[in-house]
Design a protein around this ligand. Sequence first.
Ligand code: ZN
Length: 86
Amino acid sequence: MKKPNSMDECDFFTNRILEDNTKLYAWIPKEQNIVNVIYTCGNCGFKGELSQKYEKPITFICEDCGEKIVVKPLKKGKRGRKKKKK
Ligand SMILES: [Zn+2]
């Protein structure tokens, strides 16, 4: 899967690490109702990519362990860092 070269190519773009440690790179190509996701599962470490219909919140299932991964929308204006439990 090809990552977008710039924000101009997508309606939405996110690159972050979720609370469950899943690394995620997701974007919605312009004027399309799909979301492309490149991820590393925080549960099993599997690296995968998928393309699916866009629905809020973005939710997908790890192809390897079946973990349900939900991409919660970020709240605007808050950029605080969460402490990680280990
Ligand atoms: Zn997994």
